[in-house]
Design a protein around this ligand. Structure first.
Ligand code: 3PG
Length: 403
């Protein structure tokens, strides 16, 4: 297998020792659409470690993150996030419903050592979703308004490091920057997976982010980085629709022609590596064959056995996305059994993505996973090529400020 090379040593948090720090975290969490309640605080708890370190170092700390995407029900203001962060830090986190305006900048300048301020959702500033080169994004209002108020930038948002957006790559261009503790932990743990390459690796790909997952599967197979891909969730409906010409399975799968073409390429080029469900559970609980299915809310018992069989002989098992509608117990069986087989058999296990982490917690398996990544797409992309835009931005910042 051709191994991607690892980033050389990146600046670490202990270098940011004096002055005001801006910390980019990823507290993009699942939200209950009706109540606005946060459904899983894993990322918030994880990032609180980095913030605690900075508070204990007596630095004034400003926290920034995005939440949801414009137009989504999860695209909300961050007051609840600040409260959750206060809980994990055991101290008051101030919140201001502003990002770059005069009120935010005034609050930032008033911040004292050891205090924490959280700004509002970065994506309320439309510039934040522009993708581009660091130099160009350093010129956005977001970066120009905030950067002069800080001495250091800390990139802890591993889960967004695959996005070349202003808050990820623009700040490191103009401020001395380093990795936060979560970023460092991810780079080390996933680097270990890369170093283990050559041993057998199974990817379990599920979830509802169909275009992203299809792209990931294609990249990992094209680079010969996984031996088998076991597919479930909404993603499998696309592949099964293509295999059986069953268009009913596409009714709730939104993809464009490019994604269709990628899925067809995968079926054609890697038919020996892709394992699709042979049965499925439909809404009324009946087990049916995919060729006749209209909806697939979980993988069926024969598929569970088949997937477990592959996991019994693998060294590394990686799960990105659940295999069914895990929010409903009746349809969580496949994900639970397969996750259990992962931890019972594989030498090194990795999971990532909000719903997968939530499931691992519910099944009582989270403490048996070797590495729980805060990243969804970012962690899979890192395995295919660790030089994510955020990592490259830190290297560039190192060459501009630290050497
Ligand atoms: C994620 O949850 O994968 C990250 O927060 C990135 O979110 P995005 O896909 O909306 O950029």
């Amino acid at each position: 297998m051709s191994l991607p090379s690892l980033p050389s040593s990146l600046p670490t948090i202990n270098l940011c020792s004096k002055g005001r720090v801006l910390v980019r975290v990823d507290m993009n969490v699942p939200i209950n659409r009706d109540s606005g309640e946060i459904l899983d605080e894993y990322r918030i708890e994880a990032h609180s470690r980095t913030i605690r370190y900075l508070v204990d170092s007596d630095l004034p700390v400003v926290v920034i993150t995005h939440q949801g995407r414009p137009g989504d029900p999860e695209f909300v203001s961050l007051e609840t996030h600040a409260k959750a962060l206060s809980k994990y830090l055991g101290m008051d986190v101030r919140f201001i419903d502003d990002v770059i305006g005069p009120r935010a900048r005034e609050e930032i300048s008033k911040l004292r050592p050891g205090e924490v301020l959280m700004l509002d959702n970065l994506r309320f500033i439309s510039e934040e979703v522009i993708e581009g080169e660091p130099q160009k994004l350093a010129n956005t209002y977001l970066v120009r308004k905030l950067a002069p108020l800080f001495n250091y930038f800390i990139l802890d948002a591993f889960a967004t490091a695959h996005r070349s957006q202003p808050s990820i790559v623009g700040f490191p261009y103009v401020l001395p920057s380093c990795m936060g503790l979560i970023m460092e932990n991810e780079v080390n743990a996933l680097g270990k997976v890369l170093n283990m390459r050559g041993v057998s690796t199974v990817l379990i790909a599920g979830g509802a982010k169909v275009p992203e997952t299809v792209k990931t599967i294609k990249t990992l197979l094209s680079k010969n980085l996984v031996n088998k891909v076991l597919i479930g969730g909404l993603v499998s409906q696309l592949f099964l629709a293509l295999r059986y010409g069953n268009n009913k399975l596409l009714s709730n799968v939104k993809v464009d022609q490019n994604v269709m073409n990628d899925a067809m390429d995968i079926m054609k080029l890697f038919s020996d590596k892709v394992v699709l469900p042979m049965d499925a559970v439909q809404a009324d609980g009946k087990v049916i064959e995919p060729s006749n299915a209209q909806s697939m809310l979980d993988i069926g018992p024969a598929t569970i056995d088949l997937f477990i069989n592959y996991l019994e002989t693998t060294d590394i098992a990686i799960m990105t996305g659940p295999l069914g509608l895990v929010e409903v117990d009746q349809f969580a069986v496949g994900t639970k059994d397969v996750m259990k087989a992962m931890v019972d058999n594989a030498q090194f296990t990795v999971i990532g993505g909000g719903h997968t982490i939530m499931s691992a917690k519910r099944f009582g398996l989270i403490n048996r996973i070797s590495h729980v990544s805060t990243g969804g797409r970012a962690f899979i992309q890192f395995l295919a090529d660790p030089y994510l835009p955020g990592i490259k931005a830190l290297e560039l910042s190192k060459s501009r400020f630290w050497v």
